[in-house]
Design a binder for this molecule. Structure first.
Ligand SMILES: [Zn+2]
Length: 347
């Protein structure tokens, strides 16, 4: 259903999110509830004190440090049901119709939580919000190493029924290059999983080449530093390899210093398959509407071009073709779409 006309166009336009980490997207009240329940109120007497732990980072390693700190509060399966429901409700409120979201079982082994049971708990929470369809992508977490990745794959290999459709690697890109995970990705593809890898965020073009050549990925997470190698830009354009770009995330972790420095506009103009996403909205204080607003205000994207990015997201998603078609139809028949294109429908 179309949202209220009082909302801005950016809020009303139906959206698709392809790069979002469940544990980085927890609405603050849900995390506050879990911390109060598991730890008592001593560390965070109120919601604002908790919020102030996030949003500002010295650099990418500092961001990862806060990421790990926050994870220690997620101790029980029921915590994951709670956060999953809260994340799904939040996405649905933003008029996001479909999302593919990462979760990172390796980060919670230390809390005694197992991948299969985690996936069950997450799906239980997501199922309470039928307004949005959410598929799951398992992030192996690079710093846990290749043996751990192989073990996690073994444990989740028959969980397609819980909506696990893909695998990825995030985290410390520099110390754990894509090549380390070649065999696990090969096996994952054989099992029918789609694949993505964070690359070209903390490390340059080399890590993107590694993800393409060694891991055979379907999509690249970020890819912001691809332009360091013109042959790579050529390759990405020729093969239409989708980039899951996250401009506000890159600003917050200081991969770029200003929006104007971000290559998303240059890549879009060069014909790369660019999608725009939020990455970790709880940690960065952003929404997908904020991302699109930034593109218009600082990088000269028109609303037509933003609609093009939304179509790129649908077409780069891992939905079956018939579901892509019905998603496109439901987006292009909204008033907010027609405000941009009139009654003419794009294919
Ligand atoms: Zn990410």
């Amino acid at each position: 259903m179309e949202k209220s006309q009082n909302q801005s166009w950016f809020d009303r336009i139906p959206k698709v999110e392809l790069h979002l980490h469940l544990e980085g997207a927890i609405p603050y009240p849900a995390l506050f509830k879990i911390i109060s329940r598991n730890e008592g109120n001593e560390s965070f007497p109120d919601l604002n004190t908790l919020k102030n732990k996030f949003r500002k980072y010295r650099n990418f390693p500092h961001f990862l440090e806060i990421w790990r700190w926050k994870n220690k509060f997620l101790q029980k399966y029921e915590d994951f049901t709670l956060i999953s429901q809260a994340v799904a409700e939040n996405l649905a409120r933003q008029n996001i119709l479909y999302a593919e979201i990462f979760f990172s079982p390796s980060d919670f082994a230390v809390n005694g939580l197992k991948p299969r049971e985690l996936a069950i708990a997450i799906r239980k929470g997501l199922a309470k919000v039928p307004e949005i369809e959410i598929a799951l992508v398992v992030d192996f977490v690079r710093s846990c190493g290749q043996e751990n990745a192989a073990r996690i794959l073994e444990e989740i290999k028959d969980l397609q029924s819980l909506g696990i459709i893909g695998v990825g690697i995030g985290g410390a890109e520099k110390e754990f290059p894509p090549e380390m995970f070649t065999n696990t990705y090969k096996q994952a593809r054989k099992l029918g999983f789609h694949t993505s890898a964070h690359a070209g965020e903390a490390v340059g073009a080399k890590s993107i080449w590694g993800a393409i050549n060694n891991l055979g990925v379907d999509r690249i997470g970020h890819g912001i530093r691809a332009e360091e190698d013109s042959a790579l830009i050529e390759h990405l354009a020729k093969h239409r390899i989708p980039l899951e770009m996250c401009p506000i995330s890159n600003l917050r972790t200081k991969v770029v210093c200003t929006p104007e420095e971000h290559p998303v506009r240059r890549y879009f103009e060069r014909g790369l398959m660019v999608t725009v996403n939020t990455d970790d909205p709880m940690m960065f204080g952003n929404s997908l509407a904020d991302e699109y607003r930034l593109l218009e205000e600082r990088l000269g994207f028109s609303k037509k071009e933003i609609c093009g990015l939304i179509m790129n997201a649908v077409n780069s998603s891992w939905l079956p073709q018939e579901k892509k078609c019905s998603l496109i139809k439901s987006i292009q028949t909204t008033t907010s779409w027609k405000e941009v294109f009139g009654q003419i429908s794009l294919s």
